[in-house]
Design a protein around this ligand. Structure first.
Ligand code: SF4
Length: 68
């Protein structure tokens, strides 16, 4: 999908990407993180869902953006 030419409506139609996770039969035998993280491809697909909010609440809530 061409990220530059995608409409807001098309972005909102993209389903949420499920985070890969350890299989329950595997994770019940270890103490590692259950979520395995997005692959680069899944992260790009998930990022396509961004509708560029004017007030960008994601930036306000990001601990890496706090200046105080
Ligand atoms: S909150 Fe941030 S990441 Fe989410 S749609 Fe709005 S601008 Fe995009």
């Amino acid at each position: 999908m061409d990220a530059q030419h995608i409409t807001k409506k098309e972005r909102m139609a993209i389903p949420r990407q499920e985070m890969p996770a350890q299989n329950p039969d595997v994770r019940n035998k270890n103490f590692r993180e259950v979520n395995l993280g997005y692959t680069a491809e899944l992260a790009q697909e998930e990022a396509l869902r961004c509708i560029q909010c004017k007030d960008a609440p994601c930036i306000k809530g990001c601990p890496g953006q706090h200046q105080d």
